[in-house]
Design a protein around this ligand. Structure first.
Ligand SMILES: NC(=O)c1ccc[n+]([C@@H]2O[C@H](COP(=O)([O-])OP(=O)(O)OC[C@H]3O[C@@H](n4cnc5c(N)ncnc54)[C@H](O)[C@@H]3O)[C@@H](O)[C@H]2O)c1
Length: 387
C-alpha cells in the first residue's frame, strides 16, 4: 500500500513510518516541525538526541535500501495539503499531526486557540482533500482515550446503543474530556463522522491510551533512528516521566491521590495497531472507532510498578493536582476491535521498564531538572490577556 504518515517527525509518527516501510509499504511522511518548535518555546528537549528528519531518512535508506518520501509543510495550509495528497496518491493516510499535550493547551488562551485551530483546521483540510481528490483514501486518525473522560458507565468502542422513551438508536459515545487539547480531538471525531456520513469517505478513529516506551525493533537499529523520549511536565507521558525521575533519584510526582485510572499502550503495539488498521480498511461511508489501549492502570499503580522495578530506592510524592479531574471513578473500557484484527498486546513488564532505565541512564546528563515539575494550572486564578 502507499501510506502517508502525517506528523511523521514526531514521537509516534517516526517509528510508525519505519514500521510500515519495514513491512513492505511505500511510505512518505509529512511534518511542519511544530513539535521541535514547542521544545524551543518551553526550554525543554527530548532526553534521547533526535536527528534532523533528513538525517533520519538517509540513515533508514542506508541501512535498509528502502526510501521514505518527505513533505515539509503545514496541514493548515490547504494548498500544501492538497498538493501533497494528489502528488503522493496514498491508499491510506495516518494522521498524527496535531498539538498533542493537554498541559500545553491549558497554558493560556493563546495556546488553547492555537491547539484547537491547528488540530481542527488541519484535519478539516485533510477531509476536504480526501473527498475532492480521492474519496477511496482510508483516513486513520489518532484520537485519544481522554476524549471520553471518566463516565460512570463502561466505555464502548466509539458508539453507544441507547433506548430512550421506548425508542432505540446508535449514537456516538458521549464525550466529556478534560482539556482544550482533548476537546480538539472530540471536534475532529465529529467532523470525521460527518464527512463519512455525507461524502461516503472511509475513516478509522483510534482512541489511543497513554503511550509508553521509546524503542521499536526498527528505531533500535541505529542511534540516528531514535525517536523522542519526553520527560518534562508538559510533554512527558506519565510512565516515561516516572522512569526518568527514578533514575535521577527524584521523587515520582503523582498528582492528587493517584487513583485516576488511564488506558495505556506500549509504543510497539501502537505501530502494529496502525499497520492493522491500514491493512483492514473501513468500508466506504464507515466511521470506525477502536479504543487503542491494552491495559488500564491508576497513576499510583504506575508509580509503584516503576518504583518496584528500579534498582534504587524510590520515593513516591503526592503533589496537589494541577489538573481538574476525578480521582476515584469507574473505568471499564471495551478494547477488543484491534485484538480481533490480530493485535497481540505487549503488557507492561519489568523487562520493558529495565530497558527504559538503560536508555535513561545513558542520557541522564541531558535532563533539565526544572522541567520535571508541573507549571501549568487548569484552574483560573486571575484574568489576564496574553498576546
Ligand atoms: N503520545 C501519546 O501518549 C499519545 C496518546 C494518545 C494519542 N496520541 C495522539 O497521537 C498523535 C501523535 O502523538 P505524538 O506523541 O507522536 O506527538 P508529537 O507531537 O511527537 O508528533 C506530532 C507531530 O505532528 C507535527 N504537526 C503538528 N501540527 C502539524 C501541522 N499543522 N502540520 C504538519 N505537522 C504538524 C508535529 O511537528 C509533530 O512532529 C497525536 O495526534 C496525539 O494526539 C498520542
Amino acid at each position: 500500500m502507499r501510506i502517508l504518515v502525517l506528523g511523521g517527525d514526531g514521537y509516534l509518527g517516526w517509528p510508525t513510518a519505519l514500521h510500515l516501510s519495514e513491512v513492505g509499504h511505500e511510505v512518505a511522511v509529512a511534518d511542519n516541525f511544530a513539535r521541535r518548535g514547542y521544545d524551543f518555546e518551553m526550554g525543554v528537549d527530548s532526553l534521547t538526541p533526535i536527528e534532523p528528519l533528513q538525517t533520519r531518512l538517509r540513515a533508514w535508506q542506508e541501512l535498509t535500501g528502502r526510501s521514505i518520501g518527505a513533505y515539509i509543510g503545514d496541514l493548515c495550509h490547504a494548498d500544501f495539503t492538497y498538493e501533497m495528497i494528489s502528488g503522493f496518491e496514498p491508499d491510506a493516510i495516518v494522521h498524527y499531526a496535531e498539538q498533542r499535550a493537554a498541559p500545553y493547551s491549558m497554558v493560556d488562551r493563546k495556546h488553547a486557540v492555537y491547539t484547537q485551530t491547528n488540530n481542527v483546521v488541519g484535519t478539516l483540510n485533510v477531509l476536504y482533500a480526501i473527498a475532492e481528490i480521492n474519496p477511496d483514501i482510508h483516513l486513520v486518525k489518532l484520537g485519544t482515550m481522554g476524549e471520553y473522560g471518566t463516565p460512570n458507565i463502561d466505555i464502548e468502542e466509539g458508539w453507544l446503543e441507547i433506548e430512550h422513551k421506548g425508542r432505540r438508536d446508535r449514537v456516538l459515545f458521549p464525550k466529556r474530556p478534560g482539556s482544550f487539547y482533548h476537546l480538539s480531538k472530540v471536534h475532529d471525531s465529529h467532523n470525521i463522522e460527518f464527512a463519512c456520513r455525507i461524502w461516503g469517505i472511509r475513516a478509522t478513529d483510534l482512541n489511543q491510551g497513554v503511550v509508553y516506551g521509546q524503542q521499536t525493533p526498527e528505531t533500535g537499529r541505529d542511534d540516528r533512528l531514535a525517536t523522542r523520549y519526553d520527560y518534562d511536565a508538559v510533554f512527558g507521558t506519565v510512565l516515561n516521566r516516572f522512569v526518568i525521575q527514578s533514575v535521577l533519584g527524584k521523587p515520582l510526582t503523582v498528582y492528587g491521590n493517584g487513583s485516576q485510572t488511564r488506558g495505556l499502550i506500549d509504543i510497539r503495539d501502537t505501530v502494529r495497531c496502525i499497520q492493522l488498521a491500514c491493512e483492514h480498511p473501513a468500508d466506504r461511508g464507515e466511521f470506525r472507532v477502536y479504543n487503542q489501549m491494552t491495559q488500564a492502570m491508576s497513576v499510583q499503580q504506575i508509580a509503584e510498578t516503576v518504583a518496584a522495578a528500579s534498582p534504587d530506592a524510590v520515593v513516591i510524592e503526592h503533589l496537589e493536582n494541577p489538573r481538574v479531574e476525578l480521582e476515584n471513578h469507574h473505568y471499564n473500557v471495551v478494547h477488543t476491535g484491534l485484538v480481533e484484527l490480530g493485535l497481540q498486546p505487549h503488557l507492561l513488564s519489568d523487562t520493558l521498564i529495565e530497558s527504559l532505565f538503560g536508555i535513561t541512564k545513558r542520557y541522564a546528563h541531558r535532563v533539565r531538572p526544572e522541567a520535571l515539575l508541573p507549571t501549568v494550572q487548569w484552574r483560573k486564578t486571575a484574568s489576564r490577556i496574553s498576546d
